[in-house]
Ligand binder design. Structure first.
Ligand code: PLP
Length: 368
């Protein structure tokens, strides 16, 4: 048996006809830049997330840059975020000229620890950027409360949490701006790069729409210097074919997670994901904290089971930031996580046979 970490072909087969039909529609009109399919998909997303405005852009990374710039965050500003995330979260803060301030994560969820945020706030702090890691929303009630008290913006990096819910509200729609990524390995992936900003605020939406076309309004008149960052029309057409299936796909991931929970709870050498009471996760990853993680990974790979480390080096220790953003020991929980976590297959189309094989293989490793 072979169990990949993600099987995009299994997802593609049942929707192939619709995807191709939607792509053909774009090819028949040649409206490749901001064609009608982009607006149509944005409206579908507004409805799906119950949010006032959705603005498509070229990637999840660009969505973060656009969000930061729309809130006028730049040189000299500080943004509080987590070191245990994909690089883009902090890379974009750095790229707009601001400084990422890393606050450690919680032991159980790997999400930013609200208890540590206030200590990191200075008079330069402009925003908090929580990341809904692996598909589980952060403690948004507490984060929003801290932001309000200190007059800070909240930008939710929701690249991994599309459709996740915190206390009845959709992740990404709680702060000033939420960002999404349609990178192929996200729960809603396109066939290349794609991203989106969502916001409840009309003024911010207007700014985001202008920033993605070089800050122009009207055409060839530039209020500020923006970017070239649109969601491709062809990608929007692909995403429109996929979005109607997303809720069902996320439910299937949750069922797969439940199956792991039920059948691996006796394996004492691994700790499975802990989901907060108020949170509904979409399980972008199913991440174990595992004894002898590297040995387990070798064992899984030999058995043709896909697995990966998200993420092997916390961002405060990345070479590109030098000493600017921290040193070893600053974020001990993140550092420990980086040394012990491994993500195993959780994608929607995973069969029970495949899951049994994964479970038996993990059990076999620790029983040897
Ligand atoms: C994937 C991801 C991004 C970046 O998205 P791209 O579309 O690849 O640019 C940003 N933040 C997090 C947490 C991600 O997982």
């Amino acid at each position: 048996m072979r169990v990949p970490l993600l099987d995009l072909n299994a997802q593609y087969e049942p929707i192939m006809k619709q995807v191709r039909q939607n792509i053909d529609q774009v090819l028949s009109t040649h409206q490749y830049i901001l064609g009608p399919e982009v607006k149509q998909f944005e409206e579908m997303m507004e409805e799906f997330l119950n949010v006032n405005h959705a603005i498509g852009c070229a990637s999840g990374t660009d969505a973060l840059v656009l969000a930061l710039r729309a809130l006028n965050i730049g040189t000299g500003d500080e943004v509080i975020t987590t070191p245990f995330t994909f690089f883009a979260t902090a890379g974009t803060i750095h790229r707009v000229g601001a400084k990422p301030i890393f606050v450690d994560v919680k032991e159980d969820t790997y999400n930013i620890d609200p208890d540590l945020i206030e200590k990191a706030i200075t008079n330069k702090t402009k925003a908090i950027m929580p990341v809904h890691l692996f598909g589980q929303p952060c403690e948004m009630d507490r984060i929003v409360q801290i932001a309000k008290k200190h007059n800070l913006y909240v930008i939710e990096d929701n690249a991994q949490g599309i459709g996740a819910v915190y206390d009845g509200q959709n992740a990404g729609t709680i702060g000033e701006i939420g960002t999404l990524s349609f990178f192929p390995s996200k729960n809603l992936g396109c066939m290349g790069d794609g991203g989106m900003c969502v916001t409840q605020d009309e003024e911010l939406a207007k700014r985001l729409r202008q920033l993605r076309v070089h800050g122009e309004n009207p055409k060839y008149f530039h209020k500020w210097v923006g970017f070239n960052s649109r969601l491709d029309t062809i990608q929007a057409a692909v995403l429109s074919a996929k979005l109607p299936h997303l809720a069902k796909w996320s439910e299937m991931r949750r069922e797969n997670a439940d199956y792991y929970y039920a059948n691996m709870k006796d394996i004492k050498q691994i700790k499975m994901p802990v989901i907060h009471d108020k949170a509904v996760s979409i399980f972008n990853q199913f991440t174990l904290f595992a004894k002898d993680r590297d040995g387990l990974m070798k064992h899984l790979k030999k058995a043709n089971i896909g697995c990966a480390i998200y993420y092997p080096l916390p961002l405060h220790l990345q070479e590109c930031f030098g000493e600017l953003c921290g040193k070893k020991g600053d974020c001990p929980v993140s550092e420990r996580a980086a040394e012990n976590v491994v993500s195993i297959p959780i994608y929607s189309e995973l069969t029970k046979d495949q899951q049994d094989y994964v479970i038996d293989t993990i059990r076999g490793f620790y029983n040897k």
